[in-house]
Design a protein around this ligand. Structure first.
Ligand code: ZN
Length: 338
């Protein structure tokens, strides 16, 4: 969104010219019902149709889950796009040329502080990993997992030292806003401690990137001790968990070339496979794939190979993912790892 606004007159023109029935009909089998069209809702699971498209008024509504909106809302929700992408997508269908106005100055972008602190954190974690003494244990952990220095660099992997306020101090010196760091999960606050403390401590840090390659969040794996194995960034103004796939910014071109995406469970699996030469790999960010993640993959391929642990939990997750991929129109295959 930061790279430009579409003039309102163009947005209106695209909306007026667009055919909502045509666009919804691409992915939903609509049946005519009087002046409206109806179907089983694409946003929730149902057996009888409660999803309506009203072409005269240019909106859709589901009486089951309550989802409703314009053609742009549908494209955003269904294809996992942001507003500007959705307008461009629909504009392409109706032959309207979209020019972006650059009247939003970067300093006016409300998301800017979140991108800035994420970028700062990524480079700071990176410095800690490289630092001779601080990063030694994390470096040998990565080496033992087959991740050499070059791979770690390519994925921007870093290390959050096992200290209470090392990151906070470094960030404050650089003038970053504490509130933004708290919202980003980089700092935490407890009732006991007056001063916020580092959200990630003693962890190998995996930066999560947007499709455009900006850092939007982190996954941190504990090096030792009995704290939770993984801590992930919370949802923030720039990071929506259900929409992003770890590694997609790096893997998307290879996925297109090879016409196949490998989907794994965690950061380590994705990076290890990439280190072993499988470049078309992404990881889900959560216990199961979401519909928006599956739909996002449809932009690059129709074939998806799920690589998962063959334990009971792994199998259950794999079947669930298979269903979600099928619903999005993808062809899933499963490879289970012993
Ligand atoms: Zn619904």
């Amino acid at each position: 969104m930061a790279d430009g606004l579409i003039p309102q007159s163009i947005i209106d023109e695209v909306r007026v010219r667009s055919d909502l029935v045509d666009i919804v009909g691409d992915s939903v089998s609509l049946k005519k019902s009087g002046r409206e069209f109806k179907a089983c809702c694409p946003f929730h699971d149902e057996k009888t149709a409660s999803f309506y498209v009203v072409p005269d008024k240019g909106f859709y509504k589901c009486f089951g889950c309550g989802k409703s909106g314009s053609v742009f809302d549908f494209v955003m929700e269904h294809l996992g796009m942001d507003f500007v992408e959705a307008v461009e997508h629909v504009a392409g269908r109706v032959g309207v040329e979209v020019r972006r106005e650059h009247r939003v100055r970067p300093e006016d972008d409300p998301d800017r502080p979140y991108y800035e602190i994420a970028a700062f954190a990524q480079s700071w974690f990176r410095e800690q990993l490289i630092a001779e003494d601080v990063g030694a244990a994390a470096r040998s952990y990565l080496e033992n997992r087959g991740i050499d220095a070059a791979t770690a660099e390519r994925f921007g992997i870093g290390y959050a030292p096992d200290e209470w306020r090392a990151f906070r101090e470094a960030a404050l010196v650089h003038g970053f806003d504490e509130e933004v760091m708290l919202v980003s999960g980089l700092l935490k606050k407890s009732e006991k401690s007056k001063e916020p403390y580092d959200g990630f401590r003693g962890r190998v840090m995996f930066p999560i990137e947007s499709l455009g390659g900006k850092v939007i969040g982190f996954g941190g794996r504990i090096l030792e001790g009995d704290a939770p194995k993984y801590i992930n960034s919370p949802e923030t103004p720039i990071y929506e968990k259900g929409k992003n796939l770890y590694g997609l910014s790096w893997a998307k071109n290879t996925i297109r070339l090879e016409k196949c995406a490998l989907v794994v469970e965690g950061y380590m699996d994705a990076v290890s496979l990439a280190a072993a030469g499988f470049e078309n790999v992404v990881a889900q960010l959560g216990t199961a794939l979401t519909e928006a993640q599956a739909v996002r993959l449809t932009r690059y391929t129709t074939r998806v190979v799920l690589l998962f642990d063959s334990d009971k939990a792994g199998l259950k997750a794999t079947f669930k993912n298979g269903d979600i991929l099928l619903e999005a129109g993808l062809r899933p295959a499963v490879v289970s790892l012993p």
